[in-house]
Design a protein around this ligand. Structure first.
Ligand SMILES: [Zn+2]
Length: 130
């Protein structure tokens, strides 16, 4: 992996109102750079409590070199966008491969079936939308 483009894993609540339940903790893989200015992110890391207004939950906290502040919500949005980009790339690739194989533009269903067969996405009935 390119040293300039490394990722870090952070463990934070996946919803704002976590009610203190550790089930709501999840790990996100994010860039090691501040999305606002590109300075090094998380030069100092520790664990602290997230307070949702009623209950506390122990999760990751960190300081960025630049002093910009990442909120848990901004991390969730950042991870969601990364997932979306990944999915878009996967679908584009499948569409290209299938159209080469079929000699025509594949249907969305065929693309989905292909991604499922390759194990790249979970079965649609588990709630993934393409
Ligand atoms: Zn910054």
């Amino acid at each position: 992996m390119n040293a300039d483009n490394e990722t870090i894993i952070v463990r934070i609540p996946k919803v704002a109102e976590h009610g203190g339940f550790p089930e709501f903790l999840t790990e996100y893989t994010i860039s090691n750079k501040c999305p606002k200015c590109g300075a090094k992110r998380a030069i100092k890391r520790w664990e602290d409590y997230s307070y949702d207004g009623s209950k506390k939950l122990l999760c990751d906290r960190w300081d960025n070199e630049c002093g910009h502040y990442d909120t848990y919500e901004s991390i969730r949005q950042e991870a969601k966008k990364d997932d979306f980009d990944k999915l878009t790339r996967m679908v584009d690739e499948a569409r290209f491969n299938l159209s080469t194989k079929l000699g025509r533009e594949p249907s969305l269903q065929e693309i989905t079936d292909h991604l499922e067969a390759e194990g790249l996405i979970p079965p649609i009935n588990e709630g993934v939308y393409v």
